[in-house]
Design a protein around this ligand. Structure first.
Ligand code: DC
Length: 227
């Protein structure tokens, strides 16, 4: 059943615009969305809250297997605590990247992610959606952008939230996170062999969304509602 549900995977490094693009593509198609990064962020956050060493694979995997998470509309709860904003900090992103390198953690989240594929379709955003989680997806996108441009976008986003951080520090952090995500032994960040690679450095969000939808129209002509 799950295999017949059409899936569009959107992978790429942090700050490439995946989240925004995936949300808009899902809205235009009327499909569900999986923000897989949020799951890794939740594991990192829960581990830190529990005082667990983020390199203790067995302890972090146990947390991943028993995450008391609830999604309510756009809000996310861990037990009774609302963590919607707390998991979006740079620290939470870095913690997510660390726990994401643990094979048992990835295994614990695998089926959970696949269960998101329900009719009429799913847009899945992450690092290994096209390579590992949904290798049979008919449409795979790998969204990239230069580290400087990604840091600039993140800087602007944080500023809008009233958070002032140093831009060169952000570039360094993004490069460090990329390095860890691209070089880990399990499910490293890389384009699937059959992915369409889009470099968004000089493109607007609308232009990227249009390219993704063009690809969906080509492969799944029935999927895109008339506009
Ligand atoms: O997309 P994001 O920034 O919310 O992801 C946070 C971290 O989680 C990212 O640095 C690597 C990890 N991650 C992953 O390993 N696999 C995914 N499918 C999604 C995220």
């Amino acid at each position: 059943m799950a295999e017949r549900v059409p899936v569009v995977t959107i992978d790429g490094p942090s700050g490439s615009g995946k989240g925004t693009v995936a949300a808009e593509v899902a809205r235009r198609l009327g499909w569900r969305i999986l923000d897989s990064g949020a799951l890794y962020r939740l594991v990192g956050y829960a581990a830190r809250q529990a005082g667990v060493d983020l390199e203790d694979a067995a302890a972090v995997a146990a947390i991943a297997r028993n995450l008391p998470v609830r999604f309510e509309g756009g809000r996310i709860f861990l037990g009774d605590e609302e963590v919607t904003r707390a998991i979006r900090t740079e620290t939470a992103g870095n913690d997510a990247s660390k726990v994401a390198a643990i094979p048992e953690v990835r295994q614990a989240l695998l089926q959970w992610q696949r269960d998101y594929a329900r009719p009429p379709g799913l847009v899945a955003d992450g690092r290994d959606m096209g390579t590992v989680v949904f290798p049979g997806a008919p449409v795979k996108i790998f969204l990239d952008a230069s580290a400087e441009e990604r840091a600039r976008r993140r800087h602007k986003q944080l500023k809008e939230q009233g958070i002032d951080v140093n831009l060169s520090g952000l570039v360094a952090e993004i490069e460090e996170r990329d390095h860890r995500d691209r070089n880990r032994s399990v499910a490293p960040l890389k384009p699937a062999g059959d992915a369409l690679v889009i470099d968004s450095t000089d493109l607007t969000v609308d232009q990227v969304v249009e390219r993704v939808l063009e690809q969906v129209r080509r492969v799944l002509p029935q999927a895109v509602p008339g506009e």
